[in-house]
Write a protein that binds this ligand. Structure first.
Ligand SMILES: C[S@@+](CC[C@H](N)C(=O)[O-])C[C@H]1O[C@@H](n2cnc3c(N)ncnc32)[C@H](O)[C@@H]1O
Length: 280
């Protein structure tokens, strides 16, 4: 039953793959951490959605990432679900009614995580967290990624929205990009160094330098992976996988980042396994 006014998100095959990868990882994570008696492991869904989606291909309703996490056995000790959209949040409240392990927030994750969620996942309190950062596009700020890394307790799956980047910010002619799209790109990346990854200067007949696009998806993704390690400070960042639509275009890359070697080993295995599933 959906809350009134809610239209379910229509999702494609690539979103199903993401849901499966995160579900499989969350199960492995929960099995391992539940064996450690003092540890309280939590799940954080920063762009949680309504909890249910509709498959584009068949119209079937399927559980979204928060419902998958709620079904994990052994269960997470706490679940924190955030969404900006009031109708989706209301649906999440209905779906999780009576569960006092679930904390729901309506608001901008860029604020809610930093203010209300991450500070409670403290190492000295034996807390550990798995956080899904799954925005539609360039609506996540680098500060959130850096803050997750700084806790040393939180590991992330991250949707790196290359299609939004290419469509709106990483144009062949950078002069044509709207100021707000450049700002969104910089906010996600954390500084303006993405420009050096994507463009190089080329002399013109008249002596002046023009910026020309020299970096493609692979360069952008490689540089961001390096930032997750060296700037955010995650010890382990397996190679991300491209999530492709039915036209074989990459919609986003799915990253995983952690401080834990074994966690990365499991994530790397799952990412590689699902990467071979390809496009139907
Ligand atoms: C890709 S969907 C999430 C899908 C969900 N993770 C799943 O796999 O079932 C992105 C969600 O982010 C929400 N959203 C957009 N901007 C947001 C923000 N700044 N803070 C929190 N949620 C946001 C949207 O309302 C939408 O429900």
């Amino acid at each position: 039953m959906a809350s009134s006014g809610l239209k379910f998100d229509q999702i494609g095959y690539w979103s199903q793959l993401k849901l499966d990868i995160v579900k499989d990882y969350a199960t492995a994570y929960s099995i391992i951490l539940a064996k450690q008696p003092r540890i309280r492991h939590v799940y954080i869904d920063a762009f949680a959605g309504a909890g249910v989606h509709q498959l584009k291909s068949t119209g079937e309703l399927i559980p979204g990432s928060p419902l998958n996490a709620l079904a994990v056995v052994p269960p997470f000790k706490e679940l924190h679900l955030v969404d900006l959209d009031g109708t989706k949040v209301e649906n999440l409240r209905q779906l999780t009614a009576g569960r006092n392990d679930v904390h729901i927030y309506q608001g901008d994750s860029n604020e809610v995580l930093l203010r209300d969620v991450f500070p409670s996942v403290r190492y000295e309190h034996y807390k550990r967290g798995l956080c899904l950062l799954d925005p539609y596009g360039l609506t996540l700020n680098w500060e959130v990624i850096a803050a997750a890394a700084a806790t040393k307790t939180i590991e992330i799956f991250l949707n790196f929205p290359i299609m939004d980047m290419n469509r709106n910010a990483l144009w062949s002619n950078p002069a044509g990009v709207a100021a707000d799209d450049r700002r969104r790109m910089t906010a996600f990346w954390g500084d303006e160094s993405w420009q050096k990854v994507v463009y190089r200067e080329q002399g013109t007949l008249f002596g002046a330098d023009d910026l020309v696009k020299a970096g493609g998806n692979a360069d952008v993704v490689k540089a961001f992976r390096e930032r997750l390690r060296t700037v955010a400070g995650f010890a382990e960042v397996p190679e991300p996988i491209p999530m492709r639509n039915s036209k074989n275009a990459t919609v986003y890359y799915l990253f995983f980042a952690s401080h834990n070697k074994n966690a990365a080993k499991i994530a790397r295995y799952l990412l590689r396994k699902y990467a071979t599933y390809g496009v139907p």
